[in-house]
Design a binder for this molecule. Structure first.
Ligand code: FES
Ligand code: FES
Length: 157
């Protein structure tokens, strides 16, 4: 058995220690907001937070998580109705097909946590590992800035 702390809750799973965290989240814990894109750490669709840092869950064995706190898109807003990134994404209608977007949102949330006023260059550097086949990059960039603004103002819903 392996213990994982996911979205603030301790979970016990009976799992092969080599299973990638992505599959433990999706198949065993039924947290299907985190997506499989490439499986080789090249697209960002599987991005979750480990102790607040964005990580590619497709290449991380569950045994490597240890006591780190995992946050998935399902738990991003915590007790609030929406996280500033989610609010900005809605306001600016960022999503097209949606497949890459939970990874984009998690990467953006980690960025504005570390950098309260990211520039275009900061956003490009932080987000360039998150691929969007629909080309929503201009809206993502605008929405990251809007999310940072909402966070600074403390006006998330
Ligand atoms: S599925 Fe993990 S980076 Fe693509
Ligand atoms: S919204 Fe379709 S892949 Fe990004």
């Amino acid at each position: 058995m392996i213990s994982l702390k996911v979205n603030g809750v301790e979970r016990q799973i009976d799992v092969d220690p080599d299973m990638p965290l992505l599959w433990a989240l999706r198949d065993l814990l039924k947290l299907t907001g985190t997506k499989y894109g490439c499986g080789i750490a090249q697209c960002g669709a599987c991005t979750v937070h480990l102790d607040g840092q964005p990580m590619r869950s497709c290449v991380m064995p569950v045994s490597a998580v240890g006591s780190a706190e995992i946050r998935t898109v399902e738990g991003l807003s915590g007790a609030a109705a929406t996280h500033p990134v989610q609010q900005a994404w809605i306001e600016l209608d960022v999503v097209q097909c949606g497949y890459c977007q939970s990874g984009q949102v998690m990467a953006a949330a980690a960025l504005i946590e570390q950098n309260p006023a990211p520039t275009d260059a900061d956003i490009d550097a932080a987000m360039n590992g998150n691929i969007c086949r629909c080309g929503t990059y201009p809206r993502i960039r605008a929405a990251v800035k809007r999310a940072a603004e909402i966070k600074r103002a403390g006006t998330a819903a």
